[in-house]
Design a protein around this ligand. Structure first.
Ligand code: HEM
Length: 456
């Protein structure tokens, strides 16, 4: 069964306490498989014109009521702090947002460790500070549904004034939902408490809704600070958007250099991610890929690391284990449950093949719009970038970095625990280069209408 089908089957309306009809569907709705879509970045030059567009766009943003039902396409709208300012949102409201969001992603480069080739001065024009005001994302099941949704959104844009289209970017993946490196992704997602879908037996417990929806109680037992007034903040969330260019050829070459047979290469690549290409976790299938396991939502996320304290099945430094260590013993204590994120990433460019070479990388046509949603998104990404991605101290690996998304200004190392001695593999380079990004606020439907009306 597909992820969407599985969620639909387990939905129980009587278990919902969230105000689903006010929350944007994109927050709770899983990505379809296969999927297509676009991201569009807009810039507002006239506040009244921009508000008029927000008001009309709000009519096309589905709510999360019926978030598990069949639907062909859905759009999400998110706004940067510079965007809220350009729309004329009052100063007192602007000042009520958390500091990192007010500053924007480029200004947070030091905290995000976005230096060297990842530094903002090298980013695409669409992400230059103050450029991306409104980000529209449309996910669809197929090209026809996407065309219809895009035509509707672009029709509204054409009828507006004082808003320019800065860039559009198409994305998509086939039924395997494989990313540029040939791995299925967006498998592990937190179950959101009170949304109507309880975690399956064997899966991790549901995470408090306030970790994702502003105004609800978070894992600490209280709601996070709410932007002011409540009709602006409540039922909204924050979004981290980061566009990566994937160096698939460099990754393929790295894997081939360190593993002999094709079988060994597959095992080595799986250790870098923590799952096999199909999505089957190494913890449940340490020796070979198991496509049936990878495709089965009832089993492909039903594990912890209690049976693998030494990382012999899944290395501690594997991307997936770093970004959600679950019950692993960490040398720097952290509450893993306040760092859970809803990922809505989108892949672009030609499909993966073993034959993609470093020469192909020069075209820069493969990559990922890495997107996640969390009520503390800016804190979480800054923590991830500092601790779990660009360091190894928390798992006793000193300066070792994430092999998939770490920034490697000089070639790094990847440690594979083994007996009698661990293996250390050199030559890890930056396989995903940052091309830009922004911190965004995903308002509730009430808030979109509040902004659109401009009656502050
Ligand atoms: C841009 C290139 C990236 C690629 C190719 C990639 C790939 C993957 C893959 C294949 C998985 C395992 C399957 C799954 O559960 O979805 C995964 C999991 C994950 N990734 Fe990434 N990822 C990328 C970027 C990032 C970034 C930048 C972050 C965080 C800042 C991140 C956070 C996570 C998390 C939290 C998980 C789930 C861990 C779990 O709950 O078990 N990923 N990623």
């Amino acid at each position: 069964m597909s992820i969407l089908g599985d969620i639909k089957a387990r939905f129980r309306r009587e278990h919902v306490t969230l105000q689903l009809d006010d929350i944007q569907a994109l927050i709770l709705r899983a990505r379809p498989e296969p999927y297509v879509g676009i991201h569009a970045m807009l810039h507002v030059t006239d506040a009244a014109g921009g508000r008029d567009l927000v008001r009309r766009m709000a009519e096309h943003v589905p709510s999360a009521a019926g978030w598990t039902d069949d639907r062909d396409a859905w759009m999400g709208v998110a706004i940067s702090h510079a965007g809220l300012q350009a729309l004329g949102v009052p100063e007192a409201s602007l000042a009520s947002f958390p500091l990192p969001f007010r500053q924007g992603m480029a200004a947070r480069a030091a905290q995000l460790r976005d230096v060297g080739e990842n530094a903002p001065e090298h980013w695409d024009d669409a992400f230059r500070p103050g450029t991306c005001h409104i980000a529209l994302t449309i996910y669809a099941r197929d090209a026809a549904a996407l065309d219809a949704a895009v035509a509707q959104a672009m029709g509204e844009l054409e009828r507006s004034h004082g808003v320019t289209l800065v860039s559009t970017h198409a994305f998509g993946a086939d039924a395997d939902a494989k990313n540029p490196f040939g791995f299925r992704d967006s498998i592990s997602q937190p179950a959101v408490a009170d949304s109507g879908v309880a975690p399956m037996p064997g899966q991790e417990r549901a995470i408090a809704a306030g970790e994702f929806i502003l105004g609800e109680n978070s894992e600490t037992g209280a709601p996070l600070a709410l932007p002011d007034p409540p009709e602006l903040g409540r039922n909204g969330s924050f979004v981290v958007l980061r566009k990566y260019e994937s160096r698939v050829g460099a990754f393929n070459d790295f894997v081939k250099r360190h593993a002999g047979s094709e079988e060994d290469q597959e095992r080595f690549a799986a250790r870098l991610f923590g799952r096999w290409r199909s999505g089957a976790p190494l913890i449940l299938s340490p020796d070979r890929d198991d496509p049936a396991l990878g495709a089965d939502p009832a089993r492909n996320n039903g594990f912890d690391f209690s049976e693998d304290p030494r990382g012999l099945a899944c290395p501690h430094g594997a991307h997936m284990r770093r970004l959600n260590p679950r019950d692993s013993a960490l040398t720097i204590l952290t509450d893993v449950n306040i760092h859970r994120i809803i990922r809505r990433s989108s892949t672009f460019g030609p499909k993966w093949s073993r034959d993609v070479t470093a020469a192909d990388d020069a075209k820069g046509e493969r990559g990922i719009f890495f997107i996640f949603i969390s009520a503390r998104a800016y804190d979480t990404i800054e923590f991830f970038q500092q601790e779990w991605i660009n360091r190894g101290n928390f798992i006793d690996l000193a300066d070792e970095r994430d092999p998939v998304v770490g920034l490697h200004e000089t070639p790094g190392t990847f440690t594979i625990p083994d007996t009698p001695v661990r293996r250390r593999v050199d030559g890890v380079t930056t396989f995903n280069r940052l091309r830009g990004g922004e911190y965004l606020f995903m308002p509730s439907l009430t808030a979109l209408r509040w902004i659109g009306a401009g009656r502050w």
